[in-house]
Design a protein around this ligand. Sequence first.
Ligand SMILES: NC(=O)c1ccc[n+]([C@@H]2O[C@H](COP(=O)([O-])OP(=O)(O)OC[C@H]3O[C@@H](n4cnc5c(N)ncnc54)[C@H](O)[C@@H]3O)[C@@H](O)[C@H]2O)c1
Length: 331
Amino acid sequence: MKNSKVALLGAGRMGQIHLANTLSLGIDVAYVYDPELSLTSLGKRSGVLSRITNDLDYILKDESVNACIIAAPSSHHVNLIEKCARARKAVFCEKPVSFDENSLLNIKQILKETNIPFQVGFNRRFDPGIVRIQRAIASNAIGKLNVIKITNRDPLRPRLDFVKNSGGLFFDFTIHDFDMVHFIANEKIAEIYAVADALIEPKLRDLSDVDTAIVSIKMPSGTMVVIDCSRETGYGYDQRIEIFGSKGVASLNNIRASHVVFENQHGALLDNIESGFIERYRFSYREQLRTFFENISTTRMLSPGIEEVLSAVRVCQAALVSAKENRSVAV
Ligand SMILES: NC(=O)c1ccc[n+]([C@@H]2O[C@H](COP(=O)([O-])OP(=O)(O)OC[C@H]3O[C@@H](n4cnc5c(N)ncnc54)[C@H](O)[C@@H]3O)[C@@H](O)[C@H]2O)c1
């Protein structure tokens, strides 16, 4: 793992998390590539100033680089994956990779031809609480699954310029929930009904996007799933899961700075829940990269990989059609 030499492509919010985590794993970040950001201040902060370049071809020709981390805007993922794969670099790419099934199938073919390891940033699969739930379900500790309830609410609406390249609520945000359902229930979503609107930021309608959605899902096994999704709470990053089965219930509640309860004559006060994705999922972001670097020299079949993206993107497409046409859609 420590022998890896990495190029980071895209150094915005997510790229900077990947940069810090990669360095903290003791891995050499040979290059940081970002055509738009002022990289000088980032380089000074992170100690990688001498490795910053805006010449992607130069990076990809460097044979000592064996892996690329892609954290560019979502609309650039496909193009960057193809370039990195053709240059024979292992690829870790942020979700959603593509908004389109055909271009994902094309990427799948390129990965097959080039035989390079590929992992996607479905980071929740590395969150200790979600892993605990997945294992409990797999060992039948919760019994037959009747209902899965997921709350996924962002603290603050995204920048409108971010939304333009994001693919919209389902591809950018709810995709994590769809993949998480596949992961914990160990079966694929077959049918979906989504109700969605721009209740918080009406300007999203001009971008054909929404900020609030309720998604109902029927799994092939009969398990019912409901996902409650919002782009703004004002009280933090609301991330809850409840699994109700024939043997009991498993709940993963929000994480707080402490469990202290302050009480006085007016009532009780708890510490705030985590403020955003960076704080809530910090462990999972590092753990997914640790797994990536640990495995790239020994296996081509990383997980979550292209098949997991294909499954989740198909659900996003179905959700979009369902919300537009106000009907249940088969995936
Ligand atoms: N897994 C998660 O929890 C999570 C959370 C947030 C974002 N993301 C994903 O990470 C990706 C980046 O999101 P972000 O929030 O960091 O966005 P951002 O806008 O903060 O950063 C994107 C960066 O990429 C740069 N860029 C633009 N074109 C580029 C190109 N062709 N090559 C390389 N860099 C380029 C931009 O200059 C910018 O600095 C998106 O795909 C998003 O879906 C994932």
